[in-house]
Each structure stands twice: as C-alpha cells, then as structure tokens.
Write a protein that binds this ligand. Structure first.
Ligand code: HSE
Length: 284
C-alpha cells in the first residue's frame, strides 16, 4: 500500500490561516511488511525518528490504537521547516495510514477536521488532503472548507538553506490588530480569493502582496522577501509572497516569464534551492 501527500503553501499572503494550495513535491509512504515493532526506513536525516515516536506513527495510533506494527518506507522531497507543509504532510500521512490499515472509512471532511484539530489551523492540512486551492475556516471547533480550481501558472519556490520553525515565525505576530486594519486585511483577502475564482491572476497576485496580517511582522525573519518581490515586478510575474510561515518565498509566474525569473533568483547572494513547481490537483 502506498500513500502520497503533496507539499502545501499556506496563506497566499492575505489568506492567513485560511487559504492554501497543494504543490507538486511529495511525501511518499509505503507499507512494506508486518513486524513486531513499528519501524520506518528513511534517509531523511538522523533527527527524524525511525520508531513509534515518529509523528507519522503517533498520529496513526491516535486514531487506530490497535493497528499492528508494520515496516514502513518513507521518502520525501518536501524540505523541512521551510514553509512548505512538511509537518502537515506527516500528520495527513498518519491519518491516511490509520484510515486505510484500520478500515476507518473516514470521509475527506473527517480527515480535514481531525488533521486540523492536531495542527491547529487548516491552511496546509486542507489542500494536502483535497489538492488544488482550498479556503477553510476553523471556528468554534469546526472546519468548513471549499476546494476550487487554481488558475494555470508556474509556481517558483525560492527555498533558502535555513530552517524557520512555524512556532518562531508565529511568535513575532501581534496578539491583536486595530479594527480598521482588520477590516482592510479582510477586504484584501476577499478580493484575492474572488480574483482566483475568476481566473484573474494579475489581480490575485496584486492582492497577495498587500497582506496586513503577518508578512510585515515576519519581515525581519525573511529579509529576502522584498528583494524577490522587486525582481518579480521587474520581470512581470503575477506576485511573490511568503510561503506559510517562511522562509520560502513563492512566485506565481506566467510560463513564458519563468526562465527569466529563475535566472534572476539564481543571482541572489543567499544560498537557496529554486524549484519550479505546479499545483497538485488531487491531494491524497
Ligand atoms: N498559517 C500558518 C502561519 C502556516 O503562517 O503561521 C504555517 O504553518
């Protein structure tokens, strides 16, 4: 049995804790055989447990405590702690593992609800499960989400060679913002979503760069954002924004501008990986 979970990018600028897209990089889990103790074979680094303390198995056992131990193989090209949903992919993988091995018959809605309760916000979880573009709210303990087609474009991921934990990137956010500012921030997000639904990427990209919820507070942790945004304007990409909690920056680009955009990004002094991705339409 094989499970494949896409990387995700949360927020899309103003859709803080609410909007996300699924991307064409993946965590792959394969169930190999029965055994006495849970075991994960991987080459993802010595920090990632290979036994039942791994978040994948912990999550699966939370849902289905009686699962019999297996040997699993795990591979992933989703970089850790870069704002591309690596921990969500593991949580979603654990839920799907329990669902299939334990015959839980969970619906997509069930999976989104359970995974969000674990993660605390739905913006990586929901697109990882559903694929494509998802808008979700998590209010009064219940998740409501809508999946919609994201317009065709290239998604360039500028992934700096540094880790940034979500907890650190959330710790710099304010505990409240003035009412008037919240109204503006909400209107920007609303127009961004409406523009995506209309297939209007130039307008969506413009709104993605006007976030008022989080990017300004996180700037000190992601000094490269402004520079990349300036390059994106020069070349004529649709927009550049922080992917989730950072430090990755995503640039939405018309296909014909992508090569030039990548060449410019390669000239930046910071050590980084640059990947040209597409939207994953399927989820798990
Ligand atoms: N919405 C979350 C944040 C995504 O920006 O903190 C990262 O997990």
């Amino acid at each position: 049995m094989k499970i494949r979970i896409p990387a995700t990018s949360a927020n899309l600028g103003p859709g803080f804790d609410s909007c996300g897209i699924a991307l064409s990089q993946y965590l792959n889990i394969e169930v190999l055989e029965n055994t006495k103790e849970w075991k994960i074979i991987h080459s993802l680094g010595s920090d990632i447990p290979t036994d039942a303390t791994n978040l994948l198995i912990q999550t699966a056992l939370k849902l289905a405590p009686d699962l019999s131990p297996k040997v699993l193989k795990m591979t992933s090209d989703i970089p850790l702690a870069r704002g591309l949903g690596s921990s969500s992919s593991v949580i979603v993988g654990g839920i799907e593992l329990a669902n299939r091995l334990g015959n839980l018959n969970l619906s997509q809605k069930d999976k989104v609800q359970i995974a969000t309760e674990i993660e605390g916000h739905p913006d990586n979880i929901a697109p990882a499960i559903c694929g494509d573009f998802v808008v979700a709210s998590y209010v009064d303990g219940e998740v409501h989400s809508v999946k919609h087609h994201f317009p065709m474009c290239d998604v360039i991921a500028y992934i700096p060679d540094v880790h940034l934990l979500t907890s650190e990137s959330r710790s710099v956010l304010p505990t409240s913002i003035p009412y008037k500012e919240a109204v503006q921030a909400s209107s920007i997000a609303n127009v961004m979503i409406a523009a995506i639904l209309n297939g209007n990427l130039p307008l969506a990209g413009l709104m993605m760069e006007k976030d008022r919820w989080h990017e300004a507070y996180r700037k000190k942790l992601v000094p490269h954002l402004d520079e990349i945004r300036a390059l994106s304007h020069k070349i004529g990409a649709y927009g550049a924004f922080l992917s989730g909690a950072g430090p990755t920056v995503l640039i939405l680009s018309p296909e014909e501008k992508t090569d030039q955009m990548v060449q410019e990004l390669e000239k930046l002094p910071q050590s980084a990986t640059i990947n040209v991705l597409s939207i994953d339409k399927e989820g798990i």
